[in-house]
Design a binder for this molecule. Sequence first.
Ligand SMILES: Nc1ncnc2c1ncn2[C@@H]1O[C@H](COP(=O)(O)OP(=O)(O)OP(=O)(O)O)[C@@H](O)[C@H]1O
Ligand SMILES: [Mg+2]
Length: 470
Amino acid sequence: MSSSKQAEEGGVDKVESNGRILIVDDESNAVKVLSSILSKDGYDVLESWNVERAIKIIRKEDVDVVVTDLKMPGKDGMQLFEYISENYSEIPVIFLTAYGTVESAVHTITNGAFYYFIKPLDYLKFKAILARAVQQRRLKKELHALKKRLSEQDRQPTIIGNTPGILKIFETINAVKDSVSSVLICGETGTGKELIARALHYNSKRKDKPFVAVNCASIPRELLESELFGYEKGAFTGAVSRRIGKFEEAAGGTVFLDEIGELEPSLQAKLLRVLQERKLERLGSNKKTNVEFRLISSTNRNLEKEIQAGNFREDLFYRINVISINVPPLRDRKDDIPLLVSEFVNEFCVRENKVLSVSDEVMRIFQDYHWPGNIRQLRNVVERAVVLARGSTITTKDLPRELLFAGRRQKAQDYAVTVTLRELEIQAIRNALRKCNGNKSRAAKMLGISRKTFYKRLKEELFPLETKFL
Ligand SMILES: Nc1ncnc2c1ncn2[C@@H]1O[C@H](COP(=O)(O)OP(=O)(O)OP(=O)(O)O)[C@@H](O)[C@H]1O
Ligand SMILES: [Mg+2]
């Protein structure tokens, strides 16, 4: 695991603690003494008596600094240091060493260790160096997070579209991006709700702060609660250390609650309280922590209906829906299809190292299709077609069956409807004429239309040939 991987998996953080220190020493007494001194100084201390256990802890916990003995039975401090340098290069390592091993301790420094101390420890000096090590690790972590956010900004895809519906969304984004008011984005699946949420964030003055997305539908309820609100060590079985939640993690940025319609009633109540008070309590804590974030939510459900059905709180709805953005489905903005197709074809051609155009027939099928999965589906269809295409053109051969069949089915259905209506009309006129023994005035009366209309129908539209003989 690389150090960047570790920071990504972060989410775990210490709030109010001076830092999380792992002490590794085979002499349990030495560990205990140091541990109690550091705990009193406000550090979170983790302990290990051997290297294997130390590695396990480093993998699981968000350790700021490792303090390790050099000589230990089995794997020694040097080997632990090598592991950390390779996998968690952001964690500073401080060595403790007995007098006889000073030479190897010096060697560790040239290899990048943070410091070494000769036992017995000069605690005052040790504490000063430790504080600096924690600070260094935090700066590195911040720098890493910042770099990650900057590269995320660069990677944001642009929202493509030129139709009135999407232009109006651009206008709204520009108008409200810097406000703190909550935004609710509604639209069918795959219409670009998350893309719009990201555009709101990355075009705003919050862009250097985190954009934290949580999908309310894909996380089980109990987990979702701790994801959002965080927890204290010991809040429940398995809460081995304190963890901050997504609202705190956003720290001045944006929280994106995807599929907010799926939020359970008890969590709806908790969210409402956070939005009202701008404070929250981590699970297992009775202390309130201030939170500052902008909320963007999205839903593909009709929340007004959910309110009527008693599934969604009305008061929460008004809180999250100060600004609303409705994203039209793709079938209602078909004029954007050529633009989107050309963008996606370009994107995947670059990836696949191909040069391709799209046949007229394929474009016609795209324009006629109803796109239940909206832009996501279009993008997937284009990706597949680019990969499959041989030669220089994307043809119907490269399309999935459902698109081809949908086209045929639609045509057949249109045909069936017109034929039926026409036939019904002809049938009615024929029946009427038969019943009235060919008397057109009576037949017209029977059908409830004027004689003039009846004639017109007969002559112009229905059976012009037959009328010749009437
Ligand atoms: N206007 C657009 N221009 C370019 N790409 C788009 C556009 N809208 C959506 N996409 C692309 O379509 C895919 C789906 O978009 P997104 O995830 O934002 O949809 P969603 O509305 O959040 O869907 P769901 O409701 O299923 O979560 C993404 O790959 C996104 O980049
Ligand atoms: Mg989404």
